[in-house]
Design a protein around this ligand. Sequence first.
Ligand SMILES: [Zn+2]
Ligand SMILES: [Zn+2]
Length: 236
Amino acid sequence: MSRLQQQQPTPPERDIPAAGRAGRVPPQRPLRPFADELRRATTLIHVRASGAADTGDAGLAAYLLSAWRELHSASHVPPHCPRCGAHKTVYDGTDEGSVPFFHCGGCRQRFTRLTGTPMARLRLEDKAETFFQLASQQVSVAEAARRLAIKSETVRHWSVQTRLWLLELDPQGEWERRVQLGVRYAVMPASAPGESAPAMHACRCTIASDDSEALAEMENAPLLIRVCPLCEQSAH
Ligand SMILES: [Zn+2]
Ligand SMILES: [Zn+2]
């Protein structure tokens, strides 16, 4: 793994010629990593020779923070119901220190703007801004946990939920691909049996190894796959 750690793990996908990308995928092999490949997946940190600190992706941090503030808006203007989609909704009060509640005339249930989103049960609170800044940086999960004063397990959970949320906000996945924190990579053999993985869930895994010269020069080089949050979620 040490050689891979020297590589930039997430080349911007748009810079990869489509033909090159397609050419590396054996036709009989789906991108979705198998269970044992997922189990062995690991985080990669790009080691900079200069030792310069990674300042991250300010655009992603700002996008996340603004979307987060929208979810926590104090506005009483009722959104449509996240459960049944009804527009017959009314403001239904705000508890002390809480976000506004709404009542749905369709399914007769109470909801907030967080209901049904991957962020609903996360307690980011005053750590949200720092977490969103760390999300795009090449920092280890352990280092992020130290800076946020939370457990590594919580950092990993927040990262997966945030990536799932980004896929809901932007189904094209452009924003999700900019997340670095806690993202794992799986190594898949180039010549694998043609057996297809069971389609238990959607998968947005992408090839991350195309711009690695070391891998490109190898015959039958393994594929380095950026594990998507849907696969991460299903692995738990
Ligand atoms: Zn409803
Ligand atoms: Zn996947």
